[in-house]
Design a protein around this ligand. Sequence first.
Ligand code: FES
Ligand code: FES
Length: 106
Amino acid sequence: MAGNRIICTTSNVDYITIRKAMCNGVRMMDELVEETGVCTTCEGCKSELDKILESVCGCKNVSLKAVIDAVKNGADTVEKVGEVTGAGTDCGRCKALVSNIIELGR
Ligand code: FES
Ligand code: FES
């Protein structure tokens, strides 16, 4: 994934803030609104926010669903999720999120 940038321009919320919120358990748009203050008023960034929420690993293009499925199928460490899905096996920046998904099971 490339560097940081503003995603929600009205509320001035950047990419890293959104990813950090996800690492703290945010999965749904209403949770993201509460946690980060994104406004979700414009369709453009709303669809971008949806894409960010659905994705875990940009390097390997691994979705949240794929990681949750792997966890449900018994991958109970970041390394095991990496073996099954590829998530976290490149730059490693998504490992904190993978770890949170394992912890919460969602
Ligand atoms: S500027 Fe916040 S959702 Fe578009
Ligand atoms: S985002 Fe780089 S390994 Fe997942």
